[in-house]
Design a protein. Structure first.
Length: 142
């Protein structure tokens, strides 16, 4: 499973650093943190360092941002995986705005809209793929 996650992150890093100016790795970190929880922290740190090397940013800056993202996502994991799209979409909107302002020094509405769309598609796909993790919680019966 770790190998698949690493390949997924590595392909996101290659796409983000060469093809598009879009924080795809941040979206992957947010989604996979809501699935795996604290188990993904070492992988997130390594992926942040690799992304810093590929994008020639200050070494550790993406790792720090990803670790803070992971901490907040783990802290609010029950809300993130509740099946309601409002929480992950609002979380990724705030994160992408901060990420674009910190690392790209600009605010791009189209990038934000694309990020929200990609996140919604990923979460809807994962809700259907893993119903035991996202939503479908047993309702309280009286």
């Amino acid at each position: 499973m770790i190998v698949i996650l690493f390949l997924l992150f590595f392909s996101g890093i290659i796409i983000e650093s060469t093809l598009i100016n879009f924080p795809l790795t941040l979206i992957l970190v947010t989604i996979l943190t809501s699935i795996r929880g604290e188990k993904i922290v070492p992988l997130v740190f390594i992926i942040g360092l690799v992304l810093d090397l590929f994008t020639l940013n200050l070494l550790g800056s993406n790792s720090l941002f990803f670790l803070l993202t992971t901490w907040v996502a783990v802290r609010y994991q029950k809300k993130m995986s509740s099946g309601n799209l409002f929480y992950p979409l609002s979380f990724i909107t705030v994160l992408m705005t901060l990420y674009n302002l910190i690392f790209y020094k600009k605010f791009d509405y189209l990038s934000l809209l694309a990020g929200i769309t990609v996140t919604a598609i990923f979460f809807l796909f994962l809700t259907k793929l893993f119903p035991h993790i996202f939503g479908d919680r047993a309702k309280l019966k009286i």
